[in-house]
Design a protein around this ligand. Structure first.
Ligand SMILES: [Zn+2]
Length: 137
């Protein structure tokens, strides 16, 4: 069933840029005990992306906001010490724009926001100002 999408939420994995998708999925499943993926779309450092869930499915991106959200993430977003760092590659930036535009065309009324832009979120995810950067999309 089609969902009412209010938010296109941008994330980072807050892990190494070269982390495998299998390792990330394994963490969700065994580390966090999640039954659903954290994101619908996941972008690797080389700009390629994987779809981890259909739009119709609900992902675990932001507690309390998932019912009406699509979640897009890039691999990275922290330095070696785990501190927030916008280390998106040019390829990732390009793919982010492409995927956001695609989602905006499907859900014209949806707002593009970063994970950190929701009230009560104590994370820096996605380590850049998504509202500002994608205001024109
Ligand atoms: Zn996030």
């Amino acid at each position: 069933m089609a969902r009412n999408i209010k938010y296109i939420v941008i994330h980072c994995t807050a892990g190494p840029q070269d982390q495998t998708t299998a390792a990330i999925k394994n963490w969700w499943k065994t580390g966090l005990g999640w039954k659903s993926p954290g994101y619908h779309l996941l972008i690797s450092a080389d700009g390629s992306y994987e779809r981890l869930a259909k739009d119709e499915e609900i992902c675990n991106g932001v507690a309390g906001q998932n019912k009406h959200s699509i979640h897009i993430s890039y691999k990275g977003g922290v330095d070696a010490k785990g501190k927030a760092l916008d280390n998106r590659t040019d390829a990732q930036k390009k793919t982010l724009i492409t995927l956001i535009k695609t989602m905006k065309s499907k859900y014209p009324n949806a707002r593009v926001v970063g994970h950190r832009d929701f009230q009560g979120v104590k994370k820096d995810c996605p380590s850049f100002n998504a509202i500002k950067e994608y205001a024109g999309l």
